[in-house]
Ligand binder design. Structure first.
Ligand code: GLU
Length: 510
């Protein structure tokens, strides 16, 4: 019988979840949903030194924002809990003892200073078959001495006894078979008596086994640990139910030269975290996709394509479509360049899908930030204003730049445009325009336009100069939607006030 698909996202709460971690969570989720499987959230907090308060909540909130659903785990419960490793000490103790009793692990007392001295003794020194017999451990010390040291509270660690000279195979769904000789591995620490906690390796394997994980889907940086994990499965006698490994390609810098880092984001101006992060120790704030105006659907779509494709050129895909199409067959081994400009493109595309009323709602806080009270305008007014400019925005905040003039008269006039379009007789022509506008039977775009253009033609005025001067007075610069669409929406008195203000205030360059 095929095994039920059970995957886990297993972040360590050592800081804000990096965007690469978000991609790992997403691929786990897509694979689980595609195969009617279960998605587990396990918090791997066994490294008490690196624990950061708030990081777990941040992870949970990030997944929620992105619509990456969890079926079992921290914050959800389930049959295999607790799902926070720091709460599973009793379980790990049993398995550490099992390895010790079977002679597959041993106790070591070496102090940090002793380890340091050993490392300094020769290049590439490691704790392994070639060195372990000259160290202070239960393999080299009499049993009663070991016992009395433990009874006296001496700090120790438990190390995995790695047999040298064996080819260890890791079968990876993306990379195929990877073989490593066990002689290159060191006797990894599995448990530390100092905090009565296992290390990542032991806790990870024990939990994957107990939680019946079928596929371990994680970043490429964990590939070097995989042979050790295979050996641990063997040592426990669990090879039959060993999960299938999938190591996802690295996320690379936008130019492809090396691993993506937070510094690349700072340097090039894009977030590397899903949500804004306030560092509890330093107080420093790191930008997040959510606060920078990205829609969660756009972030999901963008990340899904960093290392995977649907087998054709389709780019815009909803979560459901991604689920339908997802498989590891189309996952690449090669690192994926973090093309953040493409992320903006996705956001642009998803913003176009929103109806004007929704966009108007998202725009209201931006209006407030700019000192405009949205309640001074009808919802319809705001919706029509954003509808006219939405094709030009990548972010909701761009709406202010594009449509702010609908809510605030210009305070200055773009000098280049003034130089090009304004002239000595423009105040007089604009005064005439006011008369023409006042006399119009309708401000509807299609009706107003021929009236104004007719007046320009009848008087032999320069069409481009007059229309741009008109625009300058109303918008402050020579940009924006069709002029008569603007004036149809705006209060006619406001339009006229702005032309009057322009006549008064626009000055020709000396
Ligand atoms: N706790 C590890 C991490 O922070 C989990 C690696 C794995 O998925 O095995 O990513």
């Amino acid at each position: 019988m095929e095994r039920q698909v059970r995957v886990r996202f297993a972040p360590s709460p050592t800081g804000p979840l990096h965007i690469g971690g978000v991609r790992t969570a997403l691929y786990n989720y897509l694979f689980a949903r595609r195969n009617n499987g279960v998605m587990i959230l396990r918090i791997e907090d066994t490294d008490s030194q690196r624990f950061v308060p708030g990081a777990e909540d941040y992870i949970i909130e990030s997944l929620k924002w992105l619509g990456i659903g969890i079926d079992e785990g921290v914050g959800h419960g389930g049959p295999h809990g607790p799902y926070r490793q720091s709460e599973r000490r009793d379980i790990y103790r049993i398995y550490v003892k099992q390895l010790l009793d079977a002679g597959k692990a041993y106790i070591a007392f070496d102090t940090p200073a002793e380890l340091e001295a050993a490392r300094a003794s020769k290049p590439n020194w490691q704790y392994d078959a070639t060195t372990r017999m000259s160290m202070r451990n239960s393999l080299t010390m009499p049993a009663d001495e070991v016992k009395s040291l433990i009874d006296n509270g001496e700090k120790y660690v438990v190390r995995f006894l790695i047999e040298p000279g064996r080819d260890v195979e890791v079968n990876d769904l993306v990379r195929g078979k990877v073989t490593i000789n066990s002689s290159v591995l060191d006797d990894k620490v599995l448990y530390k008596s100092a905090d009565d906690l296992p290390t990542y390796h032991l806790a990870n394997i024990v939990d994957d086994h107990l939680m019946e994980v079928s596929h371990v889907i994680r970043g490429e940086e964990w590939l070097p640990s995989a042979p050790l994990h295979v050996l641990l499965y063997e040592a426990f006698g669990w090879t039959d139910t060993m999960p299938q490994f999938v190591h996802l390609p690295l996320l690379l810098k936008p130019d492809g030269k090396g691993k993506l880092s937070k510094r690349d984001g700072d340097r090039l101006g894009f977030p590397v975290f899903p949500l804004e992060w306030h560092d509890p120790a330093s107080g420093a704030i790191s930008a997040g996709y959510r606060e920078n105006g990205y829609l969660p659907e756009a972030v999901v779509n963008f990340l899904a394509l960093l290392g995977w494709n649907p087998g054709d050129d389709t780019e815009i895909m909803s979560m459901d479509e991604l689920i339908n199409k997802f498989s590891f067959e189309h996952c690449s081994k090669a690192g994926a360049k973090f093309a953040f400009e493409k992320g903006k493109w996705f956001n642009h595309q998803y913003l176009q899908e929103l109806d004007d009323a929704t966009l108007a709602r998202l725009f209201k806080p931006v209006l407030e930030q700019h000192g405009v009270n949205p309640a001074d305008y009808s919802d319809e007014y705001i919706a029509r204003a954003v509808g006219m400019v939405k094709s030009r925005i990548n972010f909701v905040s761009d709406l202010w730049d594009q449509a702010g003039f609908f809510f605030a008269a210009p305070t200055e006039y773009e000098p280049k445009a003034v130089k090009k379009r304004w002239s000595e007789d423009m105040p007089r022509i604009m005064s005439e325009l006011i008369e023409v506008l006042r006399a119009m039977p309708s401000w509807k775009s299609a009706e107003a336009e021929p009236v104004v253009l007719g007046w320009i033609a009848d008087n032999g005025y320069h069409l481009g100069n007059v229309m741009n001067a008109f625009r300058l007075t109303v918008v402050g610069e020579c940009k924006g939607p069709h002029m008569f669409d603007i004036t149809e929406l705006m209060d006619p008195e406001e339009t006229i006030r702005r032309i009057e203000a322009g006549i008064e205030r626009i000055k020709l360059p000396e």
